[in-house]
Design a protein around this ligand. Structure first.
Ligand code: ZN
Length: 457
């Protein structure tokens, strides 16, 4: 594992560090949509909070942010940290290091761990591990059903009290109508959000990639897009009946996007997310049978990609989430048919999102930041991210011009499964502040913050 950056680690890798940091992020382009701000300015940090003036120290440390974008800390509402039970793929420590290096101050983690996060004890364990080892705030998502078995709905009230921010059986959809209805009814009572992995196994079974001409050409079993769309249709009917808040994980087909658009127009509390890979790659990327292009939902057609881009731009798709899904090299080397689906995404998400929607002119920087920060916060019921005085100092610094090559070997995640190796991209998170602690500083960029580093070392 590569260290984040020696300096950053020493400065305050642990989110619960008691070191009080006082510094000013100077002369950056401050993009703070909650305060209607997009202008060059300074952001002052005093301890855990944003301050309205430089801190009390006579010579407060300074991060020179000239040329950088300064925004509220990014939030990824869909990651797999694999702990407990999958530590050979990722741990809370390595996964949150990857998050911090990707500019994410907060991640929400999925419950398909071992044991499954369906009990108060497991939620508490994850929160405790995150407190001890986390480089980002970790918000646990509890399972909808016991053991993710699809039969018995969990004790949602206790899990909410224990700190679960949402409920999902991600990896599987809840297929049984009665079970799903009960889950929606309970969630509505608690004002909790249900995140559904939309897939009917009867329609997708055996499929390893998008059903279409590429699968036919390769002779690989196709995965019918109806497996995703039919579950969304069923769920929207149940949302209409129960009023529950419903979030669709990793939307990927044109029809699915249209279903969400219509549900929103109807005024239903339906939201969705899209993954960067579904904005940039089509099923043609699977042509070389690279297992790193195998994911669920699969890479789709060019028309589906276009629909996702349009949906993200017009607000039908609320946010960008990675579905960061680490797998060990040995697991991914089993060939396209047998390799587990999924790719890591925390350290490439921002650059890929910039490429997909900012460089192409579909979204402004402020819009992108809303979709990677404010909308996920809103969906998860978190306080609205802001750089106003008194707010928690969760801050991401982005170099919008930095050109870099995606190199899996240089990543902080324990796993390296991604289809973007060798891509030349522009734009990168160069520093991440969580609760006033500088948890990541791009080593190559550290000269910008040398005043801070030298002073605090
Ligand atoms: Zn999923």
């Amino acid at each position: 594992m590569q260290p984040v950056s020696g300096a950053a680690l020493e400065l305050g890798g642990q989110c619960d560090s008691t070191t009080v940091m006082v510094f000013t992020i100077k002369g950056g382009r401050v993009v703070d949509p909650a305060n209607g701000c997009d202008a060059v300015g300074d952001v002052h940090v005093d301890g855990e909070r944003v301050a309205d003036r430089p801190g009390g120290a006579t010579e407060a440390a300074v991060i020179d942010a000239a040329g950088l974008i300064v925004c509220p800390g990014l939030i990824d509402m869909h990651v797999h940290l694999r702990e407990p039970g999958g530590e050979h793929k990722e741990t809370i420590e390595t996964g949150t290091q990857a998050a911090a290096a990707g500019g994410f101050a907060t991640v929400a983690c999925m419950p398909n761990t071992s044991p499954v996060m369906d009990s108060v004890e497991t939620i508490q364990l994850v929160r405790q591990r995150a407190k001890e080892a986390g480089y980002a705030t970790v918000l646990p998502i509890a399972a909808i059903t016991v053991g993710r078995g699809g039969r018995d709905v969990v004790d949602m009230a206790s899990l909410c009290d224990a700190g679960a921010v949402a409920f999902s059986d991600d990896g599987d959809g809840v297929e049984d109508d009665d079970v799903m209805l009960e889950a929606f009814r309970l969630a509505a009572q608690l004002d909790a959000v249900i995140i559904q992995h939309c897939e009917y196994k009867a329609l997708s079974a055996g499929g390893v990639m998008h059903a279409g001409e590429v699968a036919d050409r390769l002779g690989l079993p196709g995965l019918d897009p109806r497996s995703e769309e039919a579950m969304i249709e069923r769920d929207i009917r149940l949302v209409r009946e129960t009023g529950a808040r419903y979030h669709i994980a990793h939307v990927s087909t044109a029809k699915a996007v249209e279903l969400v658009r219509r549900a929103k127009a109807e005024g239903l509390p339906v939201t969705t997310e899209v993954c960067p890979h579904h904005l940039l790659l089509t099923h043609e990327a699977c042509a070389n049978r690279d297992p790193n292009t195998k994911m669920h939902p699969p890479l789709r057609s060019a028309a589906d990609v276009e629909a996702c881009l349009t949906g993200l731009a017009d607000g039908s798709i609320d946010c960008i989430a990675t579905d960061h899904a680490p797998h060990a090299a040995e697991e991914k080397s089993r060939g396209f048919l047998k390799a587990p689906p999924g790719i890591v995404g925390l350290e490439t998400s921002l650059a890929l999102a910039i490429e997909a929607v900012v460089a192409s002119g579909r979204l402004s920087w402020a819009d992108l930041i809303q979709r990677m920060c404010h909308r996920p916060a809103e969906i998860l019921g978190l306080p609205s991210p802001s750089l106003g005085a008194g707010q928690r100092a969760d801050i991401t610094l982005i170099d919008p011009e930095l050109q870099w090559e995606i190199d899996p070997a240089g990543m902080h995640s324990r796993s390296r499964n991604m289809p973007f190796a060798g891509w030349r991209v522009t734009g990168k998170a160069v520093a991440t502040v969580v609760g006033g602690q500088l948890v990541y500083l791009d080593a190559a960029q550290s000269s910008r913050a040398c005043g801070l580093i030298s002073r605090l070392n």
